[in-house]
Design a protein around this ligand. Structure first.
Ligand code: 13P
Ligand code: SF4
Length: 355
């Protein structure tokens, strides 16, 4: 194995344009990144990085190890590596464990939750099934394995529409994200009925505490402040599926985090993107800014996911040192009961057939 030098690490960091990354940060963090990258290579560890990771953490992952929930699940299912460190949130690391039960999966902080997964009670699934007998239950990947284990099929924001359409019958139950459900409901109007918690029943769903913050008025203000009128050929507002329906209708494009990135890449290649506002977690825009330096990006950095932000370089380094020294890593290792793995595997594997 060829050693990655500290100079090479610094050169790499300095070459990536990022407005909030100063030489002070680079000099302070480069030695930690240097140690992480060498331990990663020595032990053949995969470091999966969600698109919401802050740039220094995001770039611990090779480009094929970066992505949205769907891309990362796919990678976790096929990698040959014995160890996966998940830089994301707990439900994502759990999904990796379900797909690769024989691998050791680690996360720098097991408290990295998600309001969608944490605020949803699995008992609501039984109630909805009772109210709508025979309707298949599709569960958003932003949920714990225990909840997935009770459902028919899983989906991410990248494939929910496709899967909802493909499931049998004229009705589909979707849990737990109420705003995402309302968005799917609008797009499937006249084609398929979408049932979700709280719709005509006393069941309770959840929302993404980050995306629910964006309002229609915010988007109007952005259009005005940054001179981005609707329909402009090179200035676009992007929104994630978890935003409110009126926000999605106002946006010029909506999709998963990677779908947003792909639309930007296509427009940049065609010379059709000069300015963009992204209604999603702030660090997605940080990474897009580094990838597409020719585009003027705007976002709201008061909108950060507190759970994604729990991932730190120091946490990742502790895991790698532990692997290196054969130390007890129970604080970081994601473990699930075999029975839950078996049950949660079915809806996740069914989802994988659609991608
Ligand atoms: P993506 O699947 O689009 O990456 O989204 C995950 C998520 O948690 C969005 O808030
Ligand atoms: Fe969950 Fe929202 Fe954070 Fe994504 S951004 S992990 S949906 S709380």
């Amino acid at each position: 194995m060829t050693e990655i030098t500290l100079e090479k690490v610094k050169e790499n960091l300095y070459s990536r344009p990022h407005p909030s990354l100063t030489p002070i940060d680079i000099e302070a963090k480069a030695p930690i990144i240097h140690e992480i990258l060498n331990l990663k290579a020595r032990h053949n560890v995969v470091i999966l990085g969600h698109n919401y990771m802050e740039p220094l953490i995001f770039n611990l992952s090779a480009s094929e190890e970066q992505g949205d929930s769907l891309g990362l699940s796919r990678y976790a299912a096929t990698t040959e590596a014995d160890y996966i460190i998940f830089n994301g949130v707990l439900f994502m690391a759990e999904t990796a464990k379900v797909l690769s039960p024989n691998k050791r999966i680690f996360i720098a902080d097991k408290e990295a939750g998600c309001s969608l997964a944490d605020d949803f009670d699995v008992g609501e699934i039984d109630k909805l099934r009772e109210q709508h007998p025979g309707a298949p239950v599709m569960i958003y990947i932003n949920s714990y394995a225990l909840a997935k284990a009770k459902c028919d099929v899983c989906c991410t924001s990248a494939n929910a529409m496709k899967i909802a359409l493909a499931m049998p019958g004229d009705k589909i139950i979707f849990v737990p994200d109420i705003l995402f459900a309302e968005n799917i409901e609008q797009d499937l109007k006249g084609v398929k009925e979408v049932i979700y918690p709280g719709k005509d029943s006393d069941t309770k769903g959840a929302v993404c505490e980050v995306h629910e913050k964006f309002t229609l008025d915010d988007l109007f203000a952005v259009r005005k402040s940054f001179e981005m009128p609707k329909g402009h050929p090179t200035r676009r507002i992007y929104a994630h599926w978890e935003c409110k329906p009126e926000v999605l209708r106002e946006a010029d494009f909506y999709g998963s985090t990677s779908q947003i990135g792909r639309d930007i890449a296509e427009r940049v290649a065609a010379g059709k993107l000069e300015r963009a506002f992204v209604a999603s977690e702030c660090e997605l825009t940080s990474n897009l800014t580094a990838e597409f330096p020719g585009v003027e990006f705007y976002t709201a950095c008061s909108v950060r996911c507190q759970w994604m932000a729990k991932m730190t370089l120091e946490g990742v380094l502790k895991i790698l040192r532990g692997i290196d020294q054969g130390a007890d890593l129970s604080e970081y290792e994601v473990l699930l009961e075999e029975e839950i793995i078996e049950k949660a595997k079915k809806p996740i594997e069914l989802m994988m057939q659609f991608v």
